[in-house]
Write a protein that binds this ligand. Structure first.
Ligand code: ARG
Length: 584
């Protein structure tokens, strides 16, 4: 992906360096863009805010990096964003005039221009597939990690100017469905409840699974196996009582999923279903078998990927049925050919790492040009303090019950004091916003390759790196601003306190953080940044009184700095799908 020169400070400093280079070393072929990309933070903040390393020019300019830095320093023109420049060994360091920078940035923050730049240039059309739970099972806290990661990633892409399609691929066929329907038909004697039928269905799956395990090794086993095969066959054929039951019960699961999506305010542009690609995926494999790409082994068809150290990937069993990988080939074909995407992201847990390597490699061998731009964004499991969750075993925290518990807890603690003062509706809305903030922030905050141990109390804390903490800082700023006279004129040159500078510099970095998050598929960078900014605001506010600043120009400048902090926090939260409440 190619990024624009969106950072005004870096762009302006790059221009100044570029001119100095031109004047000093006529042979230099550096461009403003290449210089922009080399400017970074100084390793030691005491030595400056930005550093420009001179190593890479040494060869071309036939001069030592130390010499280059010295000469450039002498030739530097003035730049209103720069207070002072210093040649330090092979580096050229800059001290930023943060108040001049803020004076330039604030109107753009207010008008949102700052947040509406295209960060990516020539953006590839992207599809992100996420939250693909299986039907006939209940969604649990673990599924939330996928949902939160995928949704945030899509929001970040779109913010940066990348056309992005959101999609899902629920598993509505397979042995888990058969086990559930088997138990439903053969062993269940209770009636489905009126509401949340999908959750009840999920419990039948768990019971079915347990009973099948128990009956292993008994004379029942063979009969069970036959029945399961029969169920799968009817679903595949699209006829029979099991097929009818499958259709009816699938809707119950989808309703339950939709409830979660509505609560999380997440939507998909298109829905793909495993059942939908099943038969065409078999045809696709046959076609490529005819072409000679796949091989037959003992009646089964697959592809030998041993040259790529990926083993053998089975695609058709000897009875002619496809496998999970088979469906993924057809799914990818549809994404490439029907949606015309250039870049395809799959948010799926890390247990499927080999599966996706095999699928992507097979797609490449099938000649799909964009196979190289497929990316498996993998993440580790979510565990409870007492161990792993599994719907097979039944020790899960269903999402709905988690949400209910969280909302109740928030209402009885943080919002307790507003009962009677606020309407119940505002209390409910705010409680849901905070619960959503806790979950979405908590799920994104941890690097995807690390396990999450889900601890509700920790996630709801108002201090530390949590969603509610950021939301709380935002609400505090709103409350402070509402008491402030908003027509005093700001004099930004009065913003000289180090805590003011820290906040202004962080605000300036917002779009760089977005760029890094995209480059590295790391939504956690947004969380870390928001935490730093919220802390920086608190430090500023504790050390620099706003209403009581004295001089009106300073009151105005600090007011605007507070507004800018709040707006940036709000934008950043929005990238995670989190709303910022005005009061809490
Ligand atoms: N439904 C699958 C599961 O729960 C995940 C699907 C992932 N997406 C894909 N294209 N294979 O394990």
């Amino acid at each position: 992906m190619q990024f624009s020169l969106h950072n005004q400070l870096k762009k302006s400093v790059a221009q100044t360096i570029f001119e100095a280079l031109q004047n000093t070393f006529a042979e230099s072929d550096a461009t403003v863009e290449s210089i922009y990309n080399m400017i970074g933070p100084t390793p030691n903040p005491k030595a400056g805010d930005l550093a420009f390393p001179c190593f890479s020019f040494a060869k071309q300019l036939k001069s030592s990096p130390v010499e280059i830095s010295k000469k450039l320093h002498e030739a530097l023109g003035t730049n209103s964003f720069i207070e002072k420049a210093q040649a330090q060994g092979p580096y050229l360091n800059f001290f930023v005039n943060a108040s001049a920078l803020f004076k330039d940035a604030f109107p753009k923050i207010k008008s949102e221009e700052f947040f509406n730049q295209n960060i990516v240039e020539n953006a590839p059309k992207t599809i992100v597939e996420f939250s693909q739970p299986n039907t006939h099972k209940e969604m649990h806290v673990g599924h939330m990690r996928n949902l939160c990661l995928g949704d945030a990633l899509i929001k970040i892409y779109r913010y940066a100017g990348v056309e992005t399609i959101s999609t899902t691929f629920p598993g509505d066929v397979g042995t888990h469905v058969a086990k559930c329907l088997w138990y439903y038909t053969k062993h269940n004697d209770s009636q489905p409840p009126k509401e949340r039928k999908g959750a009840w269905l999920g419990s039948l799956y768990t019971k079915g699974n347990n009973l099948l395990e128990e009956q292993k090794g008994t004379p029942q086993e063979e009969e069970n196996r036959k029945e399961l095969t029969e169920i799968l066959k009817q679903i595949e054929k699209g006829e029979g009582h099991y097929y009818d039951l499958w259709k009816e019960t699938k809707d119950w699961s989808v309703e339950l999923m939709q409830e979660v999506y509505d609560w999380a305010k997440v939507g998909f542009d298109t829905w793909y279903w495993e059942s939908d690609v099943d038969s065409s995926s078999v045809e696709l494999v046959k076609k490529y078998y005819e072409k000679g790409l796949f091989v037959k082994d003992d009646g089964a068809i697959g592809i030998d990927l041993s040259e790529d150290k990926l083993g053998f990937c089975l695609l058709l069993k000897s009875d002619g049925t496809g496998l999970y990988a088979t469906k993924d080939l057809e799914l990818a074909r549809r994404k490439f050919e029907d949606q015309h995407v250039d870049h395809s992201v799959y948010v799926v847990d890390n247990r499927q790492a080999l599966h996706f390597k095999q699928v992507f490699k097979t797609l490449e061998k099938m000649g799909f040009e964009k196979a190289k731009d497929c990316y498996h964004l993998q993440y580790e499991m979510v565990e409870l303090p007492d161990g792993a969750m599994s719907s097979r075993k039944g020790n899960i925290v269903p999402i709905q019950s988690l949400i209910d518990q969280m909302v109740a807890k928030i209402e009885n603690t943080y919002l307790e004091k507003y009962k009677g003062e606020w309407t119940q509706e505002e209390i409910d809305n705010t409680a849901n916003m905070i619960a959503s903030g806790a979950i979405k922030f908590g799920m994104n905050r941890i690097d995807p390759n690390k396990k999450i141990v889900f601890d509700m109390d920790e996630w709801l804390k108002l201090e530390g790196e949590s969603g509610p903490y950021i939301q709380y800082v935002y609400a505090r700023i709103q409350s402070m601003l509402s008491k402030l006279n908003d027509d005093v004129e700001a004099d930004y040159s009065l913003l000289v306190d180090p805590f003011e500078k820290q906040a202004m510099m962080l605000i300036n970095q917002f779009n760089d953080v977005v760029e890094n998050a995209l480059k590295n598929y790391k939504t956690s960078l947004i969380c870390n940044y928001l935490y730093d900014l919220a802390k920086a605001f608190n430090q500023f506010y504790a050390n620099c009184p706003v209403a009581k600043a004295g001089e009106p120009g300073l009151v105005g400048a600090r007011r605007d700095l507070s507004i800018a902090c709040a707006e940036t926090l709000k934008k950043g939260l929005a990238l995670l799908g989190v709303e910022a409440p005005n009061r809490m």
